[in-house]
Write a protein that binds this ligand. Structure first.
Ligand SMILES: [Zn+2]
Length: 107
C-alpha cells in the first residue's frame, strides 16, 4: 500500500510539474507574440535636415544655435544618435558645433 501511495504522489508531482512547464511556455509564447505585434517606432527625420530649405548650407550647424543645448546633457555630454534622432552627417556636425560652443563658453 505504501508503495502505491508513493507512486501516486510521484505521478501527481509529475503532472503538477508538467502543468507548470505548460503555463510557463504559454506565457513565453504570448510575450513573443506581443513583441512581434508591437509596431515599429516611426523613423524620425533629422531635425536639422527638416530646415534644409532655410539654410544655404544644409549641413552646417552654427555653434551659436540655441538648439545645441537640447542635444547636450547637463554633464556636457552629447547625446548619442539614437536619442537625438539626427542623421549621421548632422550628428557629426552637431559634435563639432558643440565643441566650438564649449570652447567659447556658450555651453
Ligand atoms: Zn540631418
Amino acid at each position: 500500500m505504501g508503495e502505491n501511495l508513493s507512486t501516486r504522489e510521484v505521478i501527481e508531482e509529475l503532472s503538477r510539474q508538467e502543468n507548470k512547464a505548460n503555463k510557463k511556455n504559454a506565457s513565453e509564447n504570448t510575450e513573443e507574440r506581443k513583441e512581434k505585434r508591437a509596431p515599429r517606432q516611426k523613423r524620425r527625420v533629422c531635425a536639422f535636415c527638416m530646415e534644409k530649405d532655410e539654410a544655404k548650407r544644409p549641413l552646417y550647424i552654427d555653434y551659436k544655435d540655441s538648439r545645441l543645448k537640447k542635444y547636450v546633457s547637463e554633464g556636457g555630454k552629447i547625446f548619442p544618435r539614437r536619442q537625438t534622432g539626427l542623421c549621421a552627417a548632422h550628428q557629426r556636425e552637431l559634435a563639432r558645433a558643440v565643441k566650438v560652443a564649449k570652447s567659447m563658453g556658450l555651453l
